[in-house]
Every structure is written in C-alpha cells, then in structure tokens.
Design a protein around this ligand. Structure first.
Ligand SMILES: C[S@@+](CC[C@H](N)C(=O)[O-])C[C@H]1O[C@@H](n2cnc3c(N)ncnc32)[C@H](O)[C@@H]1O
Length: 348
C-alpha cells in the first residue's frame, strides 16, 4: 500500500467519524425523548431497537475496525514498513526493559481500542498507537493546544513540581509537555508496553531531553522509593484498568508521593445524564474497553478518599476550546480530572 492511499483512506475514516460524532449523534439525540427515561436501562429500551441507533452503533464499531485492521488500516500499513521503522528503535532496547515483569491478564486478554494485539504484543505497537492517537480529539481545531498540553496547563497552574511520575505513559505523549516545560525537574514515566516505551525513549532522545527516564514497570507496583515524588499523573489509563487494579494504582501513587504531594489523573468519568451514560457504555463495548463501564459506575471520589488522600476533586474537563460542556451537541468522551493530595502529616 502506498503512503498516498493510506493517508487518503485514513482521512476518509476521520471525516466519516466526524460526521458520526456530529450529524449522526445529534439526530440520535433529537430522536430521543427524555420523558420516562431516567436510567440507562430506560434509554436502552427506548433506543436499542431503532434503526438510527443501530446504524450509529455500526458506524462506531466498523470505522474503528477499518482504521486499525482494514485494508488501509494502521496495522497493515506499519507491518509493510516493519524493518525500516524498527531500525529507528534499535538502540532503545536495553535501557528501559524489565525482563522479569509478567504482563497482567486484564491487559493481555483484550485487544483494547480494537487494536489487533494491543500495544504490547508486536514491536510495532508504539508506532501504530502513535499514529492512531493523532485523532483522539477530532473536534479540536488543528491550531489549538492538544488535550495533553491543556492537562499540563491545568496541573502546572497549581505549582511547579520537581519530581514527577507519569503512570501509563504510552509512547510519551502525556510525558513530553512536562519534560519540555520543566527542564529543571526530573520526570519518570512507566508503562507495561515495551513497544511504546521504546518509541517514547527514541522521541525523547531526538528532542535531546535529558530530564526524563522511561521504564517498563507496572504502575501498581513500581520500584520507586516511598515518599519520592511531588506529583503523580496519569492520562487515559484508569478506564483501561479493572476496579481492583485502579485501587492498587491509587495505593501505589499514595506510597510514592511525598507528604503534601499531588496526584492528578485525566480520565473518562463525569456523565451528566442517562442518555450520555448509555452512549458511553455502548462506546465501551464497541471499542473493546471492558473496564470503562465499571469505572463510570464506581464511586471514584469515595475510592480515592478511602486510600488516605485529601482535597479530593472529581470534575469535568474541557478537552478543547471549542467544546461547550453543557451543549451536548456532539459525541465526546466524558473527560474528567481526578485530583487529590497526600496529607502533609500522617492522619492519626
Ligand atoms: C490509552 S493509553 C494512554 C497513554 C498516555 N498516558 C497518553 O495519554 O497518551 C493507556 C496506557 O496505559 C498502559 N497501562 C495499562 N495498564 C498499566 C499498568 N498496570 N502499568 C503501567 N501502564 C499501564 C498501557 O500500556 C497504555 O500505554
């Protein structure tokens, strides 16, 4: 497949997805009467059999499938360029790998995002994920700050941490803004996926960053010393974890944070009504994200408080300047900030 055919096809998938997330979403919303529909089950009863909903659901499932695995998909495109791509990562191998780590079953058991083999099983996984992630917020304007920059703005608005840990950093998209904007701070970033970590290290080397280290570790059980970070972050990680694993991650964040340190996560949680909850749960099924619904149904602030954190806040996050949080005029993820602090002195 030549580059031109691939780019044209991916542009088409993105345009079709934009049509789906605006015109089709609004038609579905307008076809739905909220009267008597207070729960997700009520909305399901009202909508699931409708042709419009079924077409909407088909588009969502199959556009994502075409994007990753179809004839012009991300996976076949990168496979055809395997040797060239992997030669760029040749020197990144030994530094961050942890050969004694066993990947957890929740992680290897599902092709998350409909990415065949996930981000961990093929050496090309980081490249495929990087390319796919360029359209995470399709409604944002090209000239706008992206979601990770906006998240970093929000976090750094409350102070400049010296030691930062990014949990579940992927190929480093969430880590880079901190690395770039805090050259005198040190940033550690961990993930389970070696293909992503190799790409993250490569990109950091290319940008000549010296204040970051990427390592293969389970965010729930890192090798860092207790009380050693001022800030622990994650972006788009919690919804990929079963609830028990989220608890383990929160425990680990609490352990490695210094007293008075802060934890800030960006994830998908605040759903203002039953219609949007129904759409979100459908998205979880259609995108192979089995832990998304249990997270959305959990008492997240209660969970964070139960781990000993204080100043707990769980609030909607505006991922793009163009989004009006109250409008419900397009499909979007329920972006949410989950932030909390470790008490300055132990609670007795
Ligand atoms: C959706 S990606 C987000 C990546 C990055 N934070 C970003 O915003 O671009 C979720 C990441 O979490 C990682 N992950 C899942 N479970 C993990 C765990 N227990 N420890 C560390 N990383 C984990 C996955 O490998 C994946 O790279």
């Amino acid at each position: 497949m030549n580059d031109r055919a691939f780019i044209a096809a991916q542009d088409f998938f993105l345009s079709a997805k934009t049509f789906w997330s605006t015109t089709m979403y609004r038609a579905l919303r307008d076809s739905h009467s909220e009267e008597g529909c207070e729960t997700v089950a009520d909305v399901a009863n009202a909508l699931e059999e409708s042709t419009l909903y079924q077409v909407f659901a088909w588009f969502e499932r199959h556009l994502q499938r075409m994007k990753y695995a179809g004839r012009y998909g991300l996976v076949p495109f990168h496979k055809e360029r395997r040797l060239d791509l992997l030669s760029r990562l040749a020197s990144e191998d030994s530094e961050c790998a942890n050969n004694s780590l066993t990947l957890p079953a929740y992680y290897t058991g599902v092709d998350i995002h409909q990415h065949p083999g996930g981000v961990w099983s093929d050496d090309l996984g980081g490249f495929v994920y990087e390319r796919g992630a360029r359209t995470t917020t399709p409604l944002a304007g090209a000239a706008e700050k992206d979601v990770h920059e906006r998240f970093t703005d929000l976090v750094l608005g409350k102070g400049e941490p010296k030691k930062i840990l990014d949990m579940g950093c992927g190929f480093g998209k969430s880590t880079q803004p901190f690395v770039r904007r805090l050259p005198d701070s040190s940033v550690d970033a961990v993930d389970l996926s070696m293909p992503c970590l190799r790409l993250a290290s490569h990109m950091a080397r290319e940008s000549q960053a010296t204040n970051v280290r990427f390592r293969q570790m389970d965010a729930c059980n890192t090798e860092f010393e207790a009380d050693s970070f001022d800030l622990v972050t994650s972006t788009m990680v919690l919804h990929e974890l079963p609830l028990k694993t989220i608890e383990d991650l929160l425990d680990e964040a609490f352990r490695v944070l210094a007293p008075g340190g802060r934890m800030v996560h960006l994830d998908f949680y605040c759903l203002p009504d039953a219609f949007r909850r129904f759409i979100h749960y459908g998205h979880a099924r259609r995108n192979n994200e089995p832990y998304m619904q249990p997270l959305a149904e959990s008492d997240l602030s209660g969970l964070v408080c139960s781990k000993g954190f204080v100043d707990v806040e769980v609030v909607p996050f505006q991922e793009s300047e163009r989004v009006d949080l109250d409008a419900n005029d397009a499909w979007r993820f329920p972006w949410t900030i989950i932030s909390a602090a470790k008490p300055k002195s132990p609670v007795i």
